[in-house]
Design a protein around this ligand. Structure first.
Ligand code: 4AD
Ligand code: MG
Length: 445
């Protein structure tokens, strides 16, 4: 009982010593007088060895009958084993059961395959499995690395409101709610308009928080509630922004590789993902919309894609997949036609039908993970755009003020954390990238 408490992640520091672990029984195999329980504690999993002769009889018998996911406090001696995923095994000396799961109602998530609906309905339990826990650990590192990148480059974090009076990214995807006598409020789609204000106050700023979109699309990339980190920089142009985005993504991937090699293996089943991530270093390839369109035209002519890309249209998911598959790093596609992009984007002086914007497409068909642009800095042009997009002028008076008082060129982007996690972890669907995903058909649990 005096054995020091440790975690599975740190168990290597205690090789040869007896330690205490507090966790849960993840799996149990037995062969006669030997039990092989696998324990998990939130930091990883470790296999224990329990020879009948080595522990009190009562401990052996209790463990033998113990249901999976019962909570346990285990003491045992740490032994290095190169075959074990964590590099260590535990020679169990004692097990204290904190709470025994009833055999009448065993843990519903088993090692066999379950369908996504079954799992999402039990998300509160599914997240205990090693793969799901590993994804959530990588997510936490991505969020920390993203903030760290800006914090260490003199950005000030300025979080915008969640309840807003108007749309940022287009009116069709707004969640609307009653707001006292004022009338209606909307859940924010992006903090951008507000951090344009804080950028003109503080120079380099970022925001980080949940954003909401009433997406009717049921795809593997869309959530209705997701986390976005958004930098905004006064005096920055599109080239500065693209440089910021490639340095930012390289930093995030570096941190994940530093900390999560075992987790990446747990998640993907091999080392190939880590090898691909090693290549994610700035600079990234940069192509214009026109160049991307030409690539797609050629691909269609060669039969590499099924549908032709119509010049002037946004790229569809198969188009993005094709483009991103031509590169081993994220590709930055810039200068889209202004008509397919948001109202606030600065036109390209060389061709005003194009916007000074950039979408960063992740490799391996993960699609857009970052969207950003230089912002319109002229009062007159911005007002014209607000009107031509049928947006309520009153709600944007304050936003127009920013072009009245010391307007400057400025640029920013937004990265959806879940899209980034899906790419870095090589996941099929964004629903696995967040503790409790919100989608068109699900707000339970
Ligand atoms: O491209 P979007 O719509 O850009 C903006 O919201 C800008 N106001 C950001 C800015 O310039 N400050 O969204 C930015 C990113 C996307 O690239 C994607 O990663 C993510 O947000 N995103 C979603 N992630 C999950 N589910 C959804 N429904 C998403 N919609 C956008
Ligand atoms: Mg976008």
């Amino acid at each position: 009982t005096s054995a020091p408490l440790t975690s599975i992640a740190n168990i290597g520091q205690h090789e040869g010593a007896t330690v205490t672990l507090r966790g849960w029984l993840y799996n149990l195999r037995s062969s006669g007088k030997l039990l092989f329980p696998t324990f998990r504690d939130g930091t990883g999993t470790i296999q224990g060895i329990v020879p009948k002769a080595a522990v009190p009889e009562e401990v052996f018998n209790t463990l033998k009958e113990l249901q999976l996911e019962s909570s346990v406090v285990v003491t045992g001696k740490v032994r290095a084993d190169s075959r074990a995923p964590s590099g260590y095994e535990l020679d169990v000396e004692n097990v204290k059961v904190q709470q025994a799961v009833s055999a009448d109602e065993p843990f519903p998530i088993t090692l066999k395959e379950h369908g996504p609906d079954f799992l999402m309905e039990r998300r509160h339990l599914w997240m205990r499995t090693p793969r799901q826990s590993a994804i959530l650990r990588v997510r936490a590192t991505i969020m920390r690395a993203a903030q760290e990148f800006f914090d260490t480059q003199d950005f000030t974090r300025t979080d915008p409101p969640i309840l807003t009076p108007a749309a940022c990214e287009g009116t069709s995807e707004l969640f609307e709610m009653k707001y006292f006598e004022e009338g209606n409020a909307y859940l924010t789609q992006s903090g951008q308009l507000y951090i344009e204000a804080t950028a003109l106050a503080l120079g380099k700023v970022y925001s980080f928080g949940p954003t909401f979109r009433a997406e009717k699309s049921k795809t593997r990339r869309h959530l209705t509630e997701f986390w976005m980190i958004e930098p905004e920089v006064a005096y920055a142009d599109l080239d500065d922004l693209m440089k910021l985005a490639e340095d930012f993504l390289s930093h995030i991937v570096m941190r994940v590789l530093e900390k999560h090699r075992i987790d990446l293996k747990t998640i993907t089943g091999g080392d190939e993902k880590a090898a691909k991530l090693e290549k994610i270093q700035a600079p990234f390839p940069k192509i214009s919309y026109d160049e991307a369109h030409a690539m797609l035209e050629k691909a269609f002519a060669e039969g590499a894609i099924e549908k032709p890309h119509e010049y002037g249209d946004d790229f569809g998911a198969p188009d993005e997949t094709y483009i991103s598959n031509q590169f081993d790093r994220p590709v930055m596609v810039h200068r889209y036609p202004a008509v397919v992009k948001a109202f606030y984007m600065q036109p390209d002086p060389a061709d005003p039908t194009k916007a000074l914007c950039v979408d960063v497409l992740a490799p391996e068909g993960y699609g857009e993970i970052i969207g950003g642009s230089q912002r319109i800095d002229s009062y007159d042009l911005l007002k014209e755009r607000i009107l031509s997009h049928d947006l309520p002028l009153e709600a944007f008076e304050w936003y127009l003020d920013l072009r009245k008082y010391g307007s400057v060129p400025h640029s920013g982007f937004g990265m959806g954390i879940e899209r980034c996690v899906a790419w870095v972890c090589g996941l099929e669907h964004v629903r696995e990238t967040i503790p409790f995903a919100r989608t068109l058909n699900r707000i339970y649990p």
